[in-house]
Design a protein around this ligand. Sequence first.
Ligand SMILES: [Zn+2]
Length: 410
Amino acid sequence: MHKKVFEYIDSRKGELIEFTKELVSIPTVNPPGENYSKILKILEQRCKRLRLVTKRIVVPKSVLKRYKIDSREKRICLLAKWNVGSNRTVHINGHYDVVPAGGDWHTDPFRPVVKNGRIYGRGTEDMKGNIACYLMAVSALRRYNLEPGCNLEFSFTPDEEIGGETGFGYLVKNKIINSDYGIGEGYAGRFLSYGNKGVLWFKIEVKGKSAHASKPYKGINSFEKLVAVTQELMNLNKKISKRRTVYMTRDKRDRFSTMVLGGRLWGGGETNIVPDVSGFTIDRRFLPEENITTVKRELYECVNKARKRMKDLKVKIKTIVEQDCAVCNFRNKLSNSFSKAINQALVKKAKFAIMAGATDMRFLMEKGIPCIGYSAEGGGRCHADNEYIWVKSLLDTAKIFAYVFANLKG
Ligand SMILES: [Zn+2]
Protein backbone atom coordinates (compact mmCIF):
# COMPACT_ATOMS: atom_id res chain seq x y z
CA MET A 1 0.00 0.00 0.00
CA HIS A 2 2.67 2.50 0.96
CA LYS A 3 4.32 2.10 -2.47
CA LYS A 4 1.27 3.67 -4.10
CA VAL A 5 1.20 6.42 -1.50
CA PHE A 6 4.90 7.13 -2.06
CA GLU A 7 4.40 7.28 -5.82
CA TYR A 8 1.47 9.61 -5.39
CA ILE A 9 3.57 11.97 -3.27
CA ASP A 10 6.34 11.94 -5.88
CA SER A 11 3.77 12.81 -8.52
CA ARG A 12 2.67 15.85 -6.47
CA LYS A 13 6.15 17.36 -6.24
CA GLY A 14 5.08 20.56 -8.01
CA GLU A 15 2.22 21.10 -5.61
CA LEU A 16 4.40 20.47 -2.56
CA ILE A 17 6.89 23.07 -3.81
CA GLU A 18 4.17 25.58 -4.63
CA PHE A 19 2.49 25.25 -1.25
CA THR A 20 5.81 25.63 0.58
CA LYS A 21 6.53 28.75 -1.50
CA GLU A 22 3.07 30.14 -0.81
CA LEU A 23 3.57 29.82 2.95
CA VAL A 24 7.10 31.23 2.83
CA SER A 25 6.01 34.27 0.82
CA ILE A 26 3.93 35.48 3.77
CA PRO A 27 6.44 37.18 6.07
CA THR A 28 5.20 35.99 9.46
CA VAL A 29 8.23 37.57 11.07
CA ASN A 30 8.60 37.26 14.82
CA PRO A 31 9.40 39.44 16.65
CA PRO A 32 7.11 41.30 16.39
CA GLY A 33 4.70 38.71 14.95
CA GLU A 34 3.29 39.88 11.61
CA ASN A 35 0.83 38.71 8.95
CA TYR A 36 -0.49 35.96 11.16
CA SER A 37 -4.08 36.34 9.97
CA LYS A 38 -2.96 36.00 6.33
CA ILE A 39 -1.25 32.68 6.83
CA LEU A 40 -4.06 31.37 9.02
CA LYS A 41 -6.52 31.91 6.22
CA ILE A 42 -4.40 29.90 3.78
CA LEU A 43 -3.82 27.06 6.24
CA GLU A 44 -7.48 26.96 7.18
CA GLN A 45 -8.58 26.76 3.55
CA ARG A 46 -6.12 23.97 2.84
CA CYS A 47 -7.21 21.99 5.90
CA LYS A 48 -10.87 22.34 4.97
CA ARG A 49 -10.15 21.16 1.45
CA LEU A 50 -8.62 18.04 3.01
CA ARG A 51 -11.83 17.59 5.01
CA LEU A 52 -10.19 18.27 8.34
CA VAL A 53 -12.41 19.85 10.98
CA THR A 54 -10.90 23.20 11.87
CA LYS A 55 -11.20 25.44 14.87
CA ARG A 56 -9.52 28.71 15.75
CA ILE A 57 -8.31 29.29 19.29
CA VAL A 58 -7.52 32.88 20.19
CA VAL A 59 -4.88 33.30 22.89
CA PRO A 60 -6.42 35.67 25.48
CA LYS A 61 -5.00 39.14 25.95
CA SER A 62 -4.25 38.41 29.59
CA VAL A 63 -1.83 35.67 28.50
CA LEU A 64 -0.17 37.98 25.96
CA LYS A 65 0.23 40.57 28.69
CA ARG A 66 1.84 38.05 31.04
CA TYR A 67 4.51 37.31 28.42
CA LYS A 68 4.86 40.97 27.41
CA ILE A 69 3.62 40.40 23.87
CA ASP A 70 2.35 43.33 21.84
CA SER A 71 -1.26 42.34 21.26
CA ARG A 72 -1.90 44.35 18.09
CA GLU A 73 -1.47 41.17 16.05
CA LYS A 74 -3.77 38.52 17.47
CA ARG A 75 -2.23 35.22 18.47
CA ILE A 76 -4.43 32.54 16.96
CA CYS A 77 -3.89 28.79 16.94
CA LEU A 78 -5.52 26.70 14.26
CA LEU A 79 -6.65 23.20 15.16
CA ALA A 80 -7.47 20.72 12.40
CA LYS A 81 -8.78 17.29 13.23
CA TRP A 82 -9.38 14.02 11.46
CA ASN A 83 -11.33 11.94 13.90
CA VAL A 84 -11.57 8.26 13.01
CA GLY A 85 -13.23 7.25 16.25
CA SER A 86 -10.07 5.77 17.72
CA ASN A 87 -9.48 6.11 21.45
CA ARG A 88 -5.94 7.30 20.67
CA THR A 89 -4.94 10.64 19.23
CA VAL A 90 -1.65 11.76 17.78
CA HIS A 91 -1.04 15.48 17.83
CA ILE A 92 1.05 17.07 15.09
CA ASN A 93 2.30 20.62 15.54
CA GLY A 94 3.78 23.22 13.25
CA HIS A 95 4.63 26.79 14.15
CA TYR A 96 3.96 29.33 11.44
CA ASP A 97 6.13 32.20 12.69
CA VAL A 98 9.67 32.75 11.41
CA VAL A 99 12.70 34.63 12.75
CA PRO A 100 13.56 37.96 11.09
CA ALA A 101 15.50 37.76 7.83
CA GLY A 102 18.79 39.19 8.99
CA GLY A 103 22.14 38.46 7.38
CA ASP A 104 23.30 38.45 3.81
CA TRP A 105 20.79 36.82 1.46
CA HIS A 106 21.51 35.97 -2.18
CA THR A 107 17.76 35.99 -2.86
CA ASP A 108 14.74 37.81 -1.43
CA PRO A 109 13.94 35.82 1.75
CA PHE A 110 10.20 36.20 1.18
CA ARG A 111 10.21 35.48 -2.54
CA PRO A 112 11.16 31.82 -2.43
CA VAL A 113 13.04 30.39 -5.39
CA VAL A 114 13.91 26.85 -6.42
CA LYS A 115 17.57 26.42 -7.28
CA ASN A 116 19.75 23.29 -7.46
CA GLY A 117 17.11 21.09 -5.88
CA ARG A 118 16.51 23.44 -3.00
CA ILE A 119 13.90 26.03 -2.10
CA TYR A 120 15.47 29.17 -0.67
CA GLY A 121 13.57 31.48 1.66
CA ARG A 122 13.03 32.41 5.28
CA GLY A 123 11.00 29.71 6.96
CA THR A 124 11.51 27.02 4.31
CA GLU A 125 13.25 24.74 6.80
CA ASP A 126 11.95 26.24 10.02
CA MET A 127 9.26 25.17 9.46
CA LYS A 128 6.83 25.97 6.69
CA GLY A 129 8.17 23.25 4.39
CA ASN A 130 7.33 20.79 7.12
CA ILE A 131 3.79 22.10 7.47
CA ALA A 132 3.41 21.51 3.73
CA CYS A 133 4.67 17.93 4.28
CA TYR A 134 2.08 17.24 6.99
CA LEU A 135 -0.75 18.31 4.73
CA MET A 136 0.65 16.48 1.71
CA ALA A 137 0.65 13.32 3.84
CA VAL A 138 -3.04 13.86 4.65
CA SER A 139 -3.76 14.44 0.98
CA ALA A 140 -2.09 11.12 0.11
CA LEU A 141 -4.20 9.23 2.65
CA ARG A 142 -7.36 10.87 1.30
CA ARG A 143 -6.43 9.96 -2.25
CA TYR A 144 -6.43 6.24 -1.44
CA ASN A 145 -9.21 6.31 1.14
CA LEU A 146 -6.78 5.23 3.82
CA GLU A 147 -7.88 5.83 7.36
CA PRO A 148 -5.23 6.89 9.84
CA GLY A 149 -4.47 4.36 12.57
CA CYS A 150 -5.49 6.85 15.27
CA ASN A 151 -7.16 10.24 15.30
CA LEU A 152 -5.01 12.95 13.79
CA GLU A 153 -5.03 16.35 15.40
CA PHE A 154 -2.95 19.16 13.90
CA SER A 155 -2.16 22.52 15.38
CA PHE A 156 -0.62 25.47 13.59
CA THR A 157 0.62 27.91 16.16
CA PRO A 158 2.37 31.29 16.52
CA ASP A 159 5.28 32.46 18.65
CA GLU A 160 7.48 29.36 18.81
CA GLU A 161 10.40 31.62 17.99
CA ILE A 162 9.86 33.62 21.17
CA GLY A 163 9.28 30.75 23.57
CA GLY A 164 5.94 29.25 22.55
CA GLU A 165 4.04 30.24 25.69
CA THR A 166 1.59 32.28 23.64
CA GLY A 167 1.09 29.56 21.04
CA PHE A 168 1.52 25.84 21.51
CA GLY A 169 2.35 26.25 25.21
CA TYR A 170 -1.00 27.93 25.75
CA LEU A 171 -2.86 25.05 24.09
CA VAL A 172 -1.11 22.39 26.17
CA LYS A 173 -1.15 24.21 29.49
CA ASN A 174 -4.88 24.88 29.14
CA LYS A 175 -5.60 21.26 28.22
CA ILE A 176 -6.95 22.25 24.80
CA ILE A 177 -4.54 19.61 23.56
CA ASN A 178 -4.22 16.38 25.44
CA SER A 179 -3.08 13.67 23.08
CA ASP A 180 -1.46 10.25 23.42
CA TYR A 181 1.46 11.05 21.14
CA GLY A 182 3.09 14.17 19.76
CA ILE A 183 4.91 15.00 16.54
CA GLY A 184 6.75 18.24 15.88
CA GLU A 185 9.90 19.69 14.38
CA GLY A 186 13.18 17.99 15.08
CA TYR A 187 16.08 16.29 13.41
CA ALA A 188 16.12 15.24 9.76
CA GLY A 189 17.33 12.40 7.58
CA ARG A 190 17.67 9.17 9.52
CA PHE A 191 17.70 11.01 12.85
CA LEU A 192 14.64 11.34 15.05
CA SER A 193 14.62 13.47 18.14
CA TYR A 194 12.98 12.51 21.39
CA GLY A 195 14.15 15.26 23.68
CA ASN A 196 16.28 18.33 24.09
CA LYS A 197 18.83 20.00 26.29
CA GLY A 198 17.64 22.72 28.62
CA VAL A 199 18.16 26.36 27.70
CA LEU A 200 18.73 29.25 30.09
CA TRP A 201 19.38 32.83 29.07
CA PHE A 202 20.72 35.41 31.46
CA LYS A 203 21.42 39.08 31.33
CA ILE A 204 24.27 40.50 33.39
CA GLU A 205 24.74 44.20 33.89
CA VAL A 206 27.30 46.15 35.90
CA LYS A 207 26.74 49.74 36.96
CA GLY A 208 29.60 52.18 37.43
CA LYS A 209 29.85 55.92 37.25
CA SER A 210 30.70 57.95 34.21
CA ALA A 211 33.42 60.59 34.17
CA HIS A 212 35.58 62.23 31.54
CA ALA A 213 38.58 60.09 30.58
CA SER A 214 40.91 62.91 31.54
CA LYS A 215 39.71 62.50 35.14
CA PRO A 216 39.02 58.77 35.44
CA TYR A 217 39.43 58.90 39.24
CA LYS A 218 36.06 60.66 39.37
CA GLY A 219 34.27 57.67 37.83
CA ILE A 220 33.81 53.95 38.32
CA ASN A 221 34.64 51.84 35.27
CA SER A 222 31.79 49.36 34.79
CA PHE A 223 33.65 47.54 32.02
CA GLU A 224 36.67 46.70 34.16
CA LYS A 225 34.38 45.34 36.84
CA LEU A 226 32.46 43.36 34.27
CA VAL A 227 35.69 41.67 33.21
CA ALA A 228 36.16 40.44 36.78
CA VAL A 229 32.68 38.85 36.71
CA THR A 230 33.45 37.34 33.32
CA GLN A 231 36.57 35.65 34.68
CA GLU A 232 34.49 33.77 37.25
CA LEU A 233 32.10 32.70 34.52
CA MET A 234 34.93 31.50 32.31
CA ASN A 235 36.17 29.29 35.15
CA LEU A 236 32.68 27.83 35.42
CA ASN A 237 32.58 27.32 31.66
CA LYS A 238 35.75 25.24 31.86
CA LYS A 239 34.16 23.06 34.49
CA ILE A 240 30.80 22.50 32.80
CA SER A 241 32.26 21.85 29.35
CA LYS A 242 33.59 18.53 30.69
CA ARG A 243 30.10 17.31 31.54
CA ARG A 244 28.78 14.85 28.99
CA THR A 245 25.36 13.33 28.53
CA VAL A 246 24.74 9.61 28.08
CA TYR A 247 22.04 10.45 25.52
CA MET A 248 22.84 10.29 21.82
CA THR A 249 23.07 13.50 19.79
CA ARG A 250 23.32 13.85 16.04
CA ASP A 251 26.69 15.55 16.31
CA LYS A 252 29.00 14.07 18.98
CA ARG A 253 30.14 17.54 19.99
CA ASP A 254 26.60 18.31 21.17
CA ARG A 255 26.88 15.82 23.99
CA PHE A 256 28.54 18.37 26.28
CA SER A 257 27.14 21.08 28.50
CA THR A 258 27.74 24.54 26.99
CA MET A 259 27.78 28.22 27.82
CA VAL A 260 28.13 31.19 25.46
CA LEU A 261 29.11 34.51 26.99
CA GLY A 262 28.48 37.82 25.28
CA GLY A 263 26.06 36.86 22.50
CA ARG A 264 24.82 40.37 23.10
CA LEU A 265 27.16 42.99 24.52
CA TRP A 266 26.45 46.55 25.44
CA GLY A 267 27.82 49.50 27.33
CA GLY A 268 30.02 52.54 27.11
CA GLY A 269 29.54 55.11 24.41
CA GLU A 270 32.57 57.26 23.86
CA THR A 271 36.30 56.61 23.82
CA ASN A 272 36.91 59.45 26.21
CA ILE A 273 34.22 58.59 28.75
CA VAL A 274 34.47 56.13 31.64
CA PRO A 275 31.66 53.65 30.88
CA ASP A 276 28.90 53.80 33.46
CA VAL A 277 27.04 50.68 32.31
CA SER A 278 28.31 47.45 30.75
CA GLY A 279 26.49 44.22 30.20
CA PHE A 280 26.20 41.02 28.26
CA THR A 281 24.03 37.94 27.85
CA ILE A 282 24.68 34.28 28.58
CA ASP A 283 23.25 31.31 26.72
CA ARG A 284 23.57 28.18 28.82
CA ARG A 285 22.56 24.75 27.45
CA PHE A 286 22.43 22.00 30.01
CA LEU A 287 22.05 18.24 29.97
CA PRO A 288 19.18 16.03 31.08
CA GLU A 289 21.54 14.81 33.81
CA GLU A 290 21.83 18.35 35.19
CA ASN A 291 19.21 20.03 37.31
CA ILE A 292 17.86 23.43 36.28
CA THR A 293 17.94 24.80 39.84
CA THR A 294 21.57 23.76 40.31
CA VAL A 295 22.53 25.15 36.91
CA LYS A 296 21.05 28.51 37.85
CA ARG A 297 22.67 28.43 41.28
CA GLU A 298 26.13 27.76 39.80
CA LEU A 299 25.80 30.90 37.73
CA TYR A 300 24.54 33.09 40.50
CA GLU A 301 27.39 31.82 42.68
CA CYS A 302 29.92 33.11 40.14
CA VAL A 303 28.43 36.55 40.46
CA ASN A 304 28.49 36.28 44.24
CA LYS A 305 32.16 35.30 44.20
CA ALA A 306 32.95 38.43 42.19
CA ARG A 307 30.90 40.48 44.65
CA LYS A 308 32.97 39.15 47.53
CA ARG A 309 36.18 40.11 45.75
CA MET A 310 35.00 43.63 44.97
CA LYS A 311 33.01 45.26 47.67
CA ASP A 312 31.85 48.17 45.46
CA LEU A 313 30.65 45.93 42.62
CA LYS A 314 27.14 46.80 41.51
CA VAL A 315 26.05 43.88 39.39
CA LYS A 316 22.65 42.53 38.48
CA ILE A 317 21.89 39.14 36.98
CA LYS A 318 18.53 38.26 35.56
CA THR A 319 17.14 35.09 34.00
CA ILE A 320 15.44 35.98 30.73
CA VAL A 321 14.64 32.59 29.20
CA GLU A 322 14.06 29.38 31.05
CA GLN A 323 13.36 26.12 29.22
CA ASP A 324 13.98 22.89 31.03
CA CYS A 325 15.35 19.73 29.44
CA ALA A 326 12.80 17.31 28.13
CA VAL A 327 13.39 13.70 27.30
CA CYS A 328 10.81 11.04 26.69
CA ASN A 329 11.00 7.31 26.46
CA PHE A 330 11.36 6.48 22.78
CA ARG A 331 10.42 2.84 22.99
CA ASN A 332 6.77 3.13 22.01
CA LYS A 333 4.43 2.68 19.07
CA LEU A 334 5.09 6.16 17.71
CA SER A 335 8.86 5.76 17.48
CA ASN A 336 8.36 2.28 16.15
CA SER A 337 6.20 3.62 13.31
CA PHE A 338 8.77 6.29 12.55
CA SER A 339 11.57 3.70 12.46
CA LYS A 340 9.64 1.66 9.94
CA ALA A 341 8.77 4.77 7.93
CA ILE A 342 12.45 5.83 7.72
CA ASN A 343 13.29 2.32 6.68
CA GLN A 344 10.67 2.33 3.92
CA ALA A 345 11.19 5.86 2.61
CA LEU A 346 14.94 6.28 3.01
CA VAL A 347 16.09 2.64 3.21
CA LYS A 348 18.04 3.54 6.31
CA LYS A 349 18.05 2.55 9.92
CA ALA A 350 16.55 5.23 12.15
CA LYS A 351 18.62 6.77 14.91
CA PHE A 352 17.26 8.47 18.01
CA ALA A 353 18.95 11.50 19.50
CA ILE A 354 18.30 14.54 21.65
CA MET A 355 18.62 18.09 20.32
CA ALA A 356 20.80 20.96 21.52
CA GLY A 357 17.85 23.35 21.66
CA ALA A 358 14.26 23.22 22.79
CA THR A 359 11.23 23.06 20.50
CA ASP A 360 7.55 23.42 21.32
CA MET A 361 7.43 19.63 21.76
CA ARG A 362 8.77 20.12 25.26
CA PHE A 363 5.32 21.26 26.40
CA LEU A 364 3.92 17.79 25.61
CA MET A 365 7.01 15.96 26.87
CA GLU A 366 6.76 17.77 30.19
CA LYS A 367 3.37 16.10 30.54
CA GLY A 368 4.89 12.71 29.91
CA ILE A 369 3.46 12.39 26.40
CA PRO A 370 5.82 10.49 24.06
CA CYS A 371 6.95 12.74 21.21
CA ILE A 372 9.05 12.50 18.11
CA GLY A 373 10.61 15.48 16.38
CA TYR A 374 11.20 15.13 12.68
CA SER A 375 11.79 17.65 9.89
CA ALA A 376 12.82 17.79 6.27
CA GLU A 377 16.52 18.42 5.71
CA GLY A 378 17.51 21.99 5.06
CA GLY A 379 20.48 24.21 5.49
CA GLY A 380 21.95 27.63 5.04
CA ARG A 381 21.82 29.40 8.31
CA CYS A 382 18.31 28.97 9.52
CA HIS A 383 18.51 31.79 12.03
CA ALA A 384 20.68 33.98 9.83
CA ASP A 385 20.65 33.94 6.01
CA ASN A 386 20.14 31.82 2.90
CA GLU A 387 17.89 29.32 4.62
CA TYR A 388 16.79 26.51 2.31
CA ILE A 389 15.15 23.13 2.21
CA TRP A 390 15.89 20.18 -0.08
CA VAL A 391 12.98 19.36 -2.39
CA LYS A 392 13.95 15.68 -2.29
CA SER A 393 13.81 15.74 1.49
CA LEU A 394 10.39 17.43 1.43
CA LEU A 395 9.08 14.51 -0.62
CA ASP A 396 10.72 11.95 1.67
CA THR A 397 9.39 13.67 4.75
CA ALA A 398 5.84 13.78 3.39
CA LYS A 399 6.16 10.03 2.72
CA ILE A 400 7.42 9.40 6.24
CA PHE A 401 4.52 11.31 7.78
CA ALA A 402 2.01 9.56 5.50
CA TYR A 403 3.41 6.20 6.57
CA VAL A 404 3.25 7.11 10.26
CA PHE A 405 -0.28 8.52 10.02
CA ALA A 406 -1.52 5.39 8.27
CA ASN A 407 0.31 2.84 10.41
CA LEU A 408 0.42 4.23 13.92
CA LYS A 409 -2.19 2.24 15.81
CA GLY A 410 -3.22 3.27 19.29
ZN1 LIG B 1 11.15 25.95 14.49
